[in-house]
Structure formats: structure tokens, C-alpha cells
Design a protein around this ligand. Structure first.
Ligand code: XMP
Length: 318
């Protein structure tokens, strides 16, 4: 029977002993896991925790600044690094999903390593790894699904980083992480944030990535997510987002026929992300959102809704 307060007490004491007066560097993603991990570490070792939040240019609309502001308000020692250009350069011309993930992972490590090198005497890398990540990475080390989760860095680090890993959440499921976050007094809005993939919008733009496509998808996504919030639906959904398809279809604008992009909307319910069902969002809502997207986002003239469950489908499209 899991009790958040007891967990916090135990894990903070354990980390104090383990880390002592060493410095720890941790990459924040804006998500629940890395934030809760950071607050726990901060409780254990205070300002010896150095957090880095990287803008990979693949975040949601306005997310870099708003999340950075939120972290500063929480007393975390955090540096925001805008590396968008580096990520766009690394992604240029790549359309294979695994190639995109690898390029993003590599760019992230480079940026992170540059930043970590500016800090002296860092001995540890903090990570917000949770139990499902551990499981999926174990199954990804062999067997037929070896490439499924190449993005999770569990248990292995590039040699040049030479840091020991500390992962305070590695035995917890997502709902337990949220309960721990709540007992630490972390803002409900942050705790209730939907999971978001590390490679961000890059795996929701099928095909190659350009800053223009990112800008289109950010607008579409913002209409969808804000709409869910305004209609009281956001908290009923495990995860939602829009996918920019590499497909053009015919539309009409005024007297003209247009030939523009199709976006898919995806919203799922789940308890752990391992299985998921599509959410039966109200037709009225879907109608309103699709009109808003088509009327306001240049370059998109058709919206479709994804009704696949995981398995056999996945939450993301690539
Ligand atoms: P799938 O699409 O596998 O997604 O059903 C399960 C959960 O994992 C997230 N996801 C990722 N997270 N890097 C990440 O950090 C990735 O490459 C990646 N792919 C999927 C997905 O958003 C969902 O929460």
C-alpha cells in the first residue's frame, strides 16, 4: 500500500546518504516525472542540484517560456537553454522515425553535455525515470521489439558523460508519481499535465521536420489542448495531441479549391500508458475544434479523429 509521505521521507533520506555533498545535474522536460524527481532531489541536496531545461524547438506553443517561469517560481535552480536551431539542423532531411529519434537524442546529449561541462565537479546525473520506462527498456535490450524504445536512456549513458545515475522514481507508476508530487506541494496544473514524448512534436509530424511544419502543428495543438481545457475535458484524458500528416487533400476557401494538409487529433484514456483506448469526445466538441482549426490555421484544410486503441495501435503515430 503506497503512501506518498512515507515514500518522500524514505527516498530523501536515502539520497542524502547516497549523494552527500556532491553535485547533481538533471534535465527537466516540463513534464511530471522530471519535475517531481527534481523537487525530491532539491529537498535532499538543495542548491547542489543543477537543472537544465532545453528548448529543442519541438515543444508546444509558448511552452519553453511558461514552463521556465513555473520552475523559477518553485525555487529550483534551473537554466533554460534555447537550442532549437541545433535540433532543426540535426533533423534536416530526416524522415525515418527512428532516425529522427536518434538525431534528437544525440543533439540533446550534446547540448546537455556542453552545459554540464560548464559546471565543475558534477558527479551525478538525476533522471525522472519511472517504472514503466524501466520495464520497456529491459524488453528493448533484446528480442523482437529491440527498437521499440530506443529513446529511453535507462542504465546506459554515453561514456563521455561519466556520471553516476540517480533515479528517485524508478519504482513508481505515473499515478504514484502524481501523488508524490501532490504531497510535495507541486502545482496541480503541472501534476495534471498530459505525458508528452521527449522527441516532442517531431514524432507528431510524419515525415521530415521543418520549422514551418512545427509552427503549423503548434497552432493546431494549441487549439485542441486549450479547447479540451475550456470544455472541462482535459483532466478526463490521459494524453492528447495533434498529428500533422504528410497528406494533402482538397478543400475550399472562398471560391477557390485548396490542396492542403490534413491533421489527425488523438485523445486517449489509460492508466499507465501501456494500453490505451480512444476517448469518446463529444461530437459537438469535435465539430467546434475542427472548425476552429480549419478557419484559423493556415495550411490545414481537413481534420480527422483517430479512433484506434493501443494495442494493436500505439498512442503516437510513429
Ligand atoms: P506509444 O506511442 O508507444 O507511447 O503508445 C507510449 C507513451 O510513450 C510516449 N512516447 C515517447 N516518449 N520518447 C519519449 O520520451 C519517445 O520517442 C516516445 N514515443 C512515445 C508517448 O507519448 C506515450 O506517452
Amino acid at each position: 500500500n503506497f503512501t506518498p509521505n512515507a515514500f518522500v521521507e524514505e527516498v530523501v533520506a536515502e539520497m542524502k546518504t547516497k549523494i552527500g555533498n556532491d553535485k547533481v545535474v538533471l534535465g527537466l522536460s516540463g513534464g511530471v516525472d522530471s519535475t517531481v524527481a527534481a523537487v525530491l532531489l532539491n529537498k535532499a541536496i538543495g542548491d547542489n542540484l543543477y537543472c537544465i531545461f532545453v528548448n529543442n524547438g519541438l515543444l508546444r506553443k509558448n511552452e519553453f517560456q511558461s514552463v521556465l517561469d513555473q520552475y523559477k517560481g518553485m525555487g529550483l535552480n534551473v537554466k533554460g537553454v534555447d537550442a532549437s536551431k541545433r535540433f532543426y539542423d540535426a533533423l534536416a532531411g530526416l524522415d525515418d522515425p527512428e532516425a529522427k529519434r536518434k538525431a534528437i537524442g544525440k543533439a540533446f546529449i550534446e547540448v546537455f553535455d556542453d552545459e554540464a561541462h560548464q559546471l565543475t565537479d558534477v558527479k551525478w546525473l538525476g533522471q525522472g525515470t519511472i517504472y514503466p520506462d524501466v520495464i520497456e527498456s529491459v524488453s528493448a535490450t533484446g528480442g523482437p521489439s529491440a527498437t521499440i524504445k530506443s529513446h529511453h536512456n535507462v542504465g546506459g549513458l554515453p561514456d563521455f558523460m561519466k556520471l553516476q545515475v540517480v533515479e528517485p522514481l524508478r519504482m513508481l507508476f505515473k499515478d504514484e508519481v502524481r501523488r508524490v508530487g501532490r504531497s510535495l506541494g507541486i502545482d496541480e496544473e503541472l501534476l495534471g499535465r498530459h505525458p508528452f514524448p521527449g522527441p516532442g512534436l517531431a514524432i507528431r509530424i510524419l515525415g521530415d521536420i521543418t520549422p514551418e511544419k512545427v509552427a503549423i502543428l503548434q497552432e493546431v495543438d494549441a487549439v485542441f489542448i486549450n479547447g479540451l481545457k475550456e470544455h472541462g475535458l482535459y483532466d478526463k484524458v490521459w494524453q492528447a495531441g495533434a498529428i500533422l500528416l504528410p497528406v494533402n487533400s482538397v478543400g475550399v476557401m472562398g471560391d477557390e479549391r485548396t490542396y492542403e494538409k490534413v491533421v489527425a487529433l488523438r485523445a486517449v484514456e489509460s492508466t499507465d500508458g501501456m494500453t490505451a483506448d480512444w476517448v469518446h469526445l463529444p461530437y459537438e466538441f469535435l465539430m467546434k475544434i475542427s472548425n476552429e482549426i480549419i478557419n484559423n490555421v493556415r495550411g490545414v484544410n481537413r481534420v480527422v479523429y483517430d479512433i484506434s486503441s493501443k494495442p494493436p495501435a500505439t498512442i503516437e503515430w510513429e
